[in-house]
Structures are given as structure tokens and as C-alpha cells.
Design a protein around this ligand. Structure first.
Ligand code: CMC
Length: 423
């Protein structure tokens, strides 16, 4: 294969280098296109634009493959702990026993959130959306850890991994009118989160190992997904040399949208609506196909997966397992299964290669674990945190230039100012 592509523009012919990745992914490097021809490329939604070279996550949307640092998502979700996967993403290799012990110890040493951060939190209304609160609190960390307290990148990575779960539980506690819980460093990462969420001062709380294992699996499945909307946001904000906190806070905001991480909340709300409406899934399938309805089947479709989403496969099985182990009979699971079967046999969804994505069944598990609906996207954010950190770290290590796309201008051409009384 040639190591360059040839492009003809009018009477000009130029050669553009071809780049090949370790999984034989091919790209044409258009970096010199404008200098040599005056043209830029345009690609709305970056559907066919590679923003970076990355060694973190590989996915093949046609074959339904997802790997973190070369390890298959199926194997990691089955065998690893979330913190091991976080270490793998951030530092590039699975940790040895000593490395893991030291990583976990460091995280435990920073779980307490500065009491002054609590004062900021107290200003939020009781019904504030937890995603808005989380992004604001993470952004506030950039004001707390500055100047003398700034610390190294390594320290800030640990601070974020430690404090984000603690802060995430505050919104739930406030919505319940309960006092917040402080972290318990004798517990592992997932159990500590569950304890902060559900323990009450009046009664001891025992972490159910089935619940902790389900949470561990979900966080691993969310941990990274290469250059998606929120991750690209983190890299783009970080490329201006904004702080890690500012970059991650921006990523949390990008994730909150219903077309991205916010879909997990929307899926449950949609399933609830179908249930309340008598459970007629065919009516909602018809609405999803009708472009004038403004309705989309939430949890369906993906920008890159055009065959199946490997995460959705694992989560569907886990939803069955967790509900049966916990003895929960959730009627919306049946509605979800009916919707999936109907869509997978419908020409509209088949032709457009629309399959259930990671968000379709994850909410059903979160609900079974007792997590309230408006916290679902926060759970996604806790899971995605190590991926965002790894991508930010890689962007910095590669000394990537500031992100600054161009545009094709379509507005008015030069015109003269007319004073207000003459308009
Ligand atoms: N329901 C009905 N029609 C759909 C859906 C859906 N969920 N998703 C896409 N389509 C149609 C769309 O109308 C278009 O049809 P046509 O070709 O006739 O105009 C075609 O399928 C292609 O859709 P698109 O919007 O051009 O595709 P995209 O790659 O820009 O969008 C998506 C991908 C995930 C935003 C979209 O599928 C969607 O809105 N899904 C629902 C929201 C959702 O579940 N989001 C979570 C994504 S996975 C978690 C994450 O990583 O964020």
C-alpha cells in the first residue's frame, strides 16, 4: 500500500501522508492541505475526522470490539476491579500487587473533601440536578488547588479519583434530607461509594457483595471510549493548558447531554412513560420512526457501533443476573426487552444499523442497586473519570497543540454601518 494519498484540486496535485495505526486503521494526514492548496476540510460532527493518535482505547464499530490498552472489555469486566482498570488506563499497564496497593492507598489518603467545598455545595437547591452540582464542584477544585496548593499532575489525578465519588453522594443525601456520610477508608472503592450513598447514622449499612460487584462491572464498562464527545471536550479544554479540574468539569458537562451520557436517565424515563401509557411498545417504535414526532428511542444507536455495542451485550446479561440475584422483578425490564426485540426486527432500525447501546440496560441495573434516576449520569461520570484522566495525560505528554478547528464562513460579506436612526 502507498504511504501517501494523491489529491487533485483544479490543476494542482498534492501528496498527503498516510498514517497507519497498530490495528491497521488508516488515515490521511491533511495537516499541510491548507498551506499547499488554500483548502480546508469540513466534517460536521467530526464523523470522519481523527483528532489525535492515541494508545489508550481501541474500538472497531463494525466488529463490535472494545479494548483498553489491548485488553478486551469482556475479560476486564469479568475479571478485574475498577481501580485496576483505572490504573491500566492512566498508567498504561495493569498494576503489580505493590503498585495496586500504593495506588489504592494514595486514593484512600485523599477521600476527605475540604470542608469549605461543603459551603459551596450547601448553596445548591435541594432539587439541583446532580450532574450540574458535580461539574461545579469539580471545577471549584481548580480554585482550591491552586498557587501553593496546586501540586503535581500526579497528585491532582489522585485527588480527583478520591474526591469525586465522595462529592457525588452529597447530592443524593441532600435530596433525601439526610446528613452526608464521610468516606470509610476500610472499604474498597465501590463499597465506599455505596456506603456514602446509603449508610444512615441510625443503622449500620452492610454492603451487599452482589451490589458492589455489579457497580464494579458498570464502572469498568464506562471507563473509556476513545474520542467521544466528552473525552474530546476534555482534551480540547486541556489543550489550552487549562487545569485538569477545569478540563474534567467540562467533560462532565458534555456527558450530561441526552445524546451522550444523559441518555441513561432518559431511557428509564422513557420506559416508565411507556409503562404508564399501558405498555404498548409498538406505539413508541412507530413514534421513533416518525421524524415529525421529535421522539428517538433512547439507548438506541451509536456513532461508531454499527453492528452491536459490546458493552450493551455484557450489561444486558448483567441486568438479568443482578435482578435475579437481588430477587427484583422490575416490569420495565420486560418493556425494554420487548422494545429491543421489536426494533431489531424492524426495517427502519435494521437499515440504519441501530442497536441497543451501553445506556439501554445500565439504568435498570442502577435502579436495582437503589441509585436514583437523576444520579445515573453521575455514575457514568465516575466510571469515565479514569478514561478522561488518561486522555488528558496523553494529550499533555504528546505536547499536542491547542485545539482550534477552522470553519467555512457563510454569513454576510462586508457592509457599511448604518446609524440607528437611519435603520
Ligand atoms: N431512534 C430513532 N432513530 C434514530 C435513533 C434513535 N435512537 N438514532 C439514530 N436514528 C436515525 C436518525 O434519525 C437518522 O435517520 P435518517 O438517516 O433517516 O436521517 C439515522 O438513524 C442516523 O442517525 P444520526 O443521528 O445521524 O447518527 P449519529 O451518529 O449522529 O448519532 C446518536 C448517534 C447516539 C446520537 C443517536 O443514535 C441517538 O440520538 N441515539 C439516542 C441517544 C442515545 O442513546 N445516546 C447514547 C449514546 S451511547 C452512550 C455514549 O457513549 O454517550
Amino acid at each position: 500500500m502507498s504511504d501517501f494519498a494523491e489529491l487533485s484540486l483544479g490543476d494542482k496535485k498534492i501528496q498527503l501522508p498516510v498514517i497507519v495505526g497498530s490495528e491497521d486503521e488508516k488515515a490521511v494526514d491533511i495537516g499541510k492541505l491548507r498551506d499547499e492548496t488554500g483548502y480546508i476540510t469540513i466534517d460536521s460532527g467530526y464523523k470522519n475526522t481523527g483528532a489525535t493518535k492515541s494508545a489508550i482505547t481501541f474500538l472497531d464499530g463494525e466488529l463490535g470490539i472494545l479494548r483498553y490498552r489491548g485488553y478486551s472489555i469482556e475479560e476486564l469486566a469479568e475479571k478485574a476491579s475498577f481501580l485496576e482498570v483505572a490504573y491500566l488506563l492512566i498508567y498504561g499497564e495493569l498494576p503489580t500487587t505493590e503498585q495496586f496497593a500504593s495506588f489504592e492507598y494514595e486514593i484512600k489518603m485523599h477521600t476527605i473533601v475540604n470542608e469549605d467545598m461543603r459551603k459551596i455545595f450547601e448553596g445548591f437547591p435541594v432539587n439541583a440536578h446532580p450532574m450540574g452540582v458535580l461539574s461545579a464542584m469539580v471545577c471549584a477544585m481548580s480554585a482550591f488547588y491552586t498557587g501553593e496548593k496546586a501540586g503535581s499532575d500526579e497528585l491532582n489525578i489522585i485527588r480527583l479519583m478520591s474526591k469525586m465519588p465522595s462529592m457525588a453522594t452529597w447530592s443524593y443525601k441532600k435530596s433525601m434530607g439526610h446528613p452526608i456520610n464521610y468516606p470509610n477508608n476500610s472499604l474498597d472503592y465501590c463499597s465506599n461509594f455505596l456506603n456514602m450513598m446509603f449508610a444512615l447514622p441510625v443503622a449500620p449499612y452492610h454492603v451487599d457483595p452482589v451490589v458492589a460487584a455489579a457497580l464494579n462491572k458498570l464502572l469498568i464498562l464506562h471507563a473509556d471510549h476513545e474520542q467521544n464527545c466528552s473525552t474530546s471536550t476534555v482534551r480540547l479544554v486541556g489543550s489550552s493548558h487549562a487545569s485538569l479540574y477545569a478540563s474534567i468539569s467540562a467533560g462532565i458537562n458534555a456527558l450530561s447531554g441526552p445524546l451522550h451520557g444523559g441518555a441513561n436517565q432518559e431511557v428509564i424515563e422513557m420506559l416508565e412513560e411507556i409503562k404508564a401509557d399501558g405498555g404498548d411498545t409498538s406505539k413508541y417504535i412507530a413514534m421513533a420512526k416518525d421524524k415529525t414526532s421529535g421522539f428517538r428511542l433512547m439507548g438506541f444507536g451509536h456513532r461508531v457501533y454499527k453492528n452491536f455495542d459490546p458493552r450493551a451485550k455484557i450489561i444486558k446479561k448483567a441486568a438479568d443476573d443482578v435482578l435475579s440475584k437481588l430477587g427484583i422483578n422490575d416490569p420495565i425490564l420486560k418493556i425494554a426487552q420487548e422494545l429491543e426485540t421489536a426494533a431489531l426486527n424492524d426495517e427502519y432500525f435494521v437499515a440504519r444499523k441501530l442497536y441497543p447501546n451501553v445506556d439501554f440496560y445500565s439504568g435498570i441495573i442502577y435502579r436495582a442497586l437503589g441509585i436514583p434516576t437523576d444520579m445515573f449520569t453521575v455514575m457514568f461520570a465516575i466510571g469515565r473519570l479514569p478514561g478522561w484522566i488518561a486522555q488528558w495525560k496523553e494529550m499533555k505528554a504528546n505536547k499536542e497543540p491547542i485545539g482550534r478547528p477552522r470553519q467555512v464562513y457563510t454569513g454576510a460579506t462586508l457592509r457599511e454601518y448604518v446609524s440607528i436612526e437611519n435603520r
